[in-house]
Design a protein around this ligand. Sequence first.
Ligand code: GUN
Ligand code: ZN
Length: 440
Amino acid sequence: MSQTLLRGRTLSFLRWPDNTDDHAAYRYEEDGGLLLDGGKIVAAGSYADVSAKAAESARRIDHRPHLILPGLIDAHVHFPQMQVIASYGAELLDWLNKYTFPEETKFDNAQHGRRIARLFLDEMVRQGTTTVSAYCSVHKQSAEAFFAESHERNMLNIAGKVMMDRNAPDGVLDTPLGGYDDSKALIAEWHGKGRQLYAITPRFAITSSPEQMEMAGALAREFPELHMQTHLSENHAEIAFTRELYPWSRDYTDVYEHYGLLGPRALFGHCIHLSEREADALSDSGSVAVFCPTSNLFLGSGLFDYQRYRTRTKPLRIATATDVGGGTNYSMLRTMDEGYKVIALNGEKLNPFASFWQLTRGNAEALSIADRVGTLHVGTDADIVVLNSRATPAMKLRMETVGALAEELFLLQTLGDDRSVAEVYVAGRPAKSALEAAAP
Ligand code: GUN
Ligand code: ZN
């Protein structure tokens, strides 16, 4: 297997950074090296040390003066919504009915699914995102299309076909048994194949009957190693409708709790309007609340209280995500910029090291995959992003006055987007430049 030796300013996190002076929270090498072999990082440290370990034949790529970080992670995104993003003027339930469900009916066509999956993963690579937790449509073939594309690129992605059997048009409905059988067949075919991971995906309580929720719970019991992803407490009308549909429940979270869907691999999108009891239940079970700032702003859903959830007596595990197509940008840099503003509206400031921890190691920990991705540690998968802080004239100008690393990261978060992503490595192979080279 041929080696690749990268040179640049390497940055990887060890734990949550309390503030911009918390230098023990990360490892930064001004002249850093990473040696990649067989899809893994096999050496990391100063360039001098790492290059001494490289074979004579190693391919050497000099990314100076750019930053080299672990690939960014998006913990909640809907790949079939690429032609829903930027749909005007509705709150959640109307937005689903008017735009999203009709669009997702198109994914009964396998060719359409394959085309959008390909364009979606191209876009992820362009944006520096190397791992997503993706919702597919209700159609089994949409998940097959996603996994086939992901597997072909050797990306580590989590995905599942949504289970939904009511309160939506016929073209996006399954049945309790059909949803169970299709999920099970997809698990058998894709979970653990290469780098693919399956997530049991009941869309949300409104579109699943109690019978279907039972089936989702049965899958979670049969496959405890799998992720489970769904939506929770995004919008007031959604919460009220859920209470009508599950009148016995103490609250929205209780619906998922009742069917055995909470746990360390359970990912709950949004979690904006949780009561203290609900937050306690998520915390006690080790469940993850997924912060989707651009979506929450765009759909007028509300302000996720990141710092309160993080620091309460029973803290929540938190991930961050685009939630495209409710979300308005594919870039995790743009997402974190909006996240910063939401946190500011809640009276707090997220320090730039914490932002980049969240986009990399923090999201990997929340997804329970930090042993594989999210850092530049030796032995982990070589999913890497190279960031250019001078990618545009305005960034270049602002960089003239930037001194500390934390300021540079904040600039990348505030002004950066796909133009700042100079290169991406997926399992050790250059992926962004390969896309550009292949472009017509
Ligand atoms: N709740 C149920 N489905 C969806 C979806 O596709 N997007 C968002 N933002 N919320 C949802
Ligand atoms: Zn969503």
